[in-house]
Ligand binder design. Structure first.
Ligand SMILES: C[S@@+](CC[C@H](N)C(=O)[O-])C[C@H]1O[C@@H](n2cnc3c(N)ncnc32)[C@H](O)[C@@H]1O
Length: 190
């Protein structure tokens, strides 16, 4: 699958991205991600490494996977390794990854079902996937979804139960759905 320039706007905003979104806290998310020494963790659609840098600071090893070369360059400046790839076609063997983090990115994936299938393929049995997304059950998120449609951003938001069901159809088991402000974190295992 070709990595198209559909992600061009992220190349444009990459140098400023952390200035807008960098201040947010992710303590609960990182606590549940629980990256232990020796584990292989991926931040899919990890962009500039805004969230992954906190995993690294806690001693965890995490690799950013993202199609945008400029977002990945920003991550490299933070000392974070990156792989240019799509969630739909991950360059990793089956059952090889302990932890997968996806923050504010799943609604940008062009082929969500294909992504769910490939994410479940690479996850080890007993591994964990954490997906943080704006919760579509809130009016604020519905407004964001409409605004992004009007801006022709080609995003597709799902409600947390629908997202969980999509992964369950590919062999995941739902552990929990945590809601904080207008974000939901869906925690899944295999
Ligand atoms: C809103 S940014 C979020 C970045 C980061 N997760 C954060 O929270 O700071 C969405 C990211 O998803 C990436 N992305 C878009 N489509 C993708 C796909 N199909 N597979 C993997 N990443 C993708 C974009 O390049 C961008 O870096």
């Amino acid at each position: 699958m070709k990595i198209r320039n559909r992600h061009g706007h992220f190349n444009l905003i990459a140098p400023f991205y952390d200035r807008f979104f960098g201040g947010m806290r992710h303590d609960l998310l990182l606590q549940h991600l629980d990256v232990q020494p020796g584990m292989v963790a991926l931040d899919i659609g990890g962009g500039t490494g805004r969230v992954a840098q906190h995993v690294a600071r806690r001693g965890g090893q995490i690799v950013i996977v993202d199609p945008s070369p400029v977002m990945l360059k920003e991550a490299r400046h933070k000392g974070l390794p990156g792989v240019r790839a799509l969630a739909e076609q991950l360059p990793f063997p089956a059952n090889s990854i302990d932890r997968i983090l996806i923050v504010d990115a799943f609604h940008h994936f062009a082929r969500q079902e294909m992504a769910a299938r490939d994410l479940m393929r690479v996850l080890k049995p007993g591994g964990r996937i954490l997906i943080e997304e704006p919760d579509l059950r809130f009016t604020g998120t519905k407004l964001i979804a409409v605004m992004e449609k009007l801006a022709l951003m080609q995003t597709h938001f799902m409600s947390p139960p629908d997202l969980a069901a999509l992964f369950e159809a590919h062999g995941a088991r739902l552990i929990d759905i945590l809601v904080e402000n207008i974000n939901a974190t869906i925690i899944l295992t295999k």
